[in-house]
Design a protein around this ligand. Structure first.
Ligand code: SF4
Length: 322
């Protein structure tokens, strides 16, 4: 029903001097129209690689890039680079990459930078594109007089709004937001989240929201996907997830972040995120999992549905012990 983006068995491996990095290792999920999926996990778990695989901005040393990415029913993985660039990237799927508020061109006026995707990807003339840019500037809560300003004349929060306007201006189906508020102070962060929420409702747009900051997602996410060592280990409805995360790693992740609502003691997750070159056997979380037992070391658990409708990749859950 109304699925915009469907990802099936997506792989992205790349070569390094130390070996093949399995950054995205058989990832599947669906994204509905108007829905936000938060993709959470520690750094180095493959979140950004997943984003880059979806919008096909790949490293040069790709070893394996495979799977199905179907956008409005069309498998875009079958398109060659030329067709993908013309029809999909920035038009149908756009991407606010990490730190992008600092990547605006310092010598080009903000309005022109927002208008540019329309000229490049939609063949619009300059006047028409600038008129559109003005609309989107207003949409993100910036006064249109800023059209003629340079990036340095904007605050960090305003630059981030401008970058969001750039991602929206082509009216895409899906916007991928990679740590979109990480460089901002808490108040500005909250303002950006509220902005994204309002735009989502007004434009019925779908977001993939990538972050290591789990509580940040709670205002925006409809579902939460937890990534660990290149794989999704839990995919749950947000309401369910924030109250009772199912996977032991999700639970640790939740307990390791401060929240405003409780004053409980912060835990930390023991050990370090696993190598993506030689991931642990069986369940990749087993070296850090307090519940690990025999089976976890030997056999990889499937990502399977629980009675609550969540998908979880854990033997303990599948054996009904949790
Ligand atoms: Fe822990 Fe085993 Fe579940 Fe992995 S499968 S999360 S090691 S209990």
């Amino acid at each position: 029903a109304n699925i915009v983006l469907s990802v099936r068995d997506l792989y992205l491996y790349y070569r390094t001097r130390k070996g093949v990095v399995k950054a995205v290792d058989k990832v599947s999920f669906d994204l509905k129209r108007g829905e936000t999926i938060a993709i959470v996990g520690e750094s180095g778990c493959g979140k950004t690689s997943l984003a880059r695989a979806i919008i096909r901005l790949l490293p040069r040393n790709v070893e394996k890039f495979d799977g199905v990415i179907s956008l409005n029913g069309t498998d875009v993985m079958k398109m060659d680079e030329e067709e993908f660039r013309k029809r999909v990237r920035w038009q149908k799927i756009s991407y606010v990459f990490q730190g992008s508020q600092n990547a605006l061109n310092p010598v080009i006026k903000v309005g022109f930078q927002i208008a540019e995707p329309l000229m490049i990807h939609k063949g619009m003339g300059k006047e028409e594109a600038l008129a559109e840019a003005k609309k989107y500037l207003r949409l993100v809560g910036i006064h249109e007089s800023f059209l003629d300003r340079y990036p340095f004349e904007l605050s960090g929060g305003m630059r981030q709004r401008a970058v969001i306007a750039m991602a929206l201006v082509t009216n895409p189906d899906v916007v991928i937001l990679d740590e979109p508020t990480s460089a901002l102070d808490v108040i500005t962060q909250a303002n950006i989240i509220n902005l994204l929420k309002r735009i989502k409702q007004e434009m019925n747009i779908s977001y993939i929201f990538i972050t290591h900051d789990v509580p940040l997602t709670s205002e925006l996410a409809d579902r939460v996907a937890v990534m660990y060592a290149g794989q999704i280990v839990e995919l749950s409805d947000a309401d369910e997830f924030y109250v009772s995360p199912k996977h032991p790693y999700s639970e640790k992740l939740m307990a390791s972040v401060p929240t405003l609502r409780t004053d409980k003691k912060l835990e930390y997750i023991p050990g370090t995120p696993p190598s993506l070159i030689n991931p642990p056997s069986g369940c990749r979380f087993h070296p850090r999992c307090p519940f690990a037992y025999e089976r976890c070391i030997k056999e990889e658990p499937p990502l399977a549905e629980t009675s609550k409708g969540s998908l979880v990749k854990c033997w303990l859950v599948h054996e009904g012990k949790r």
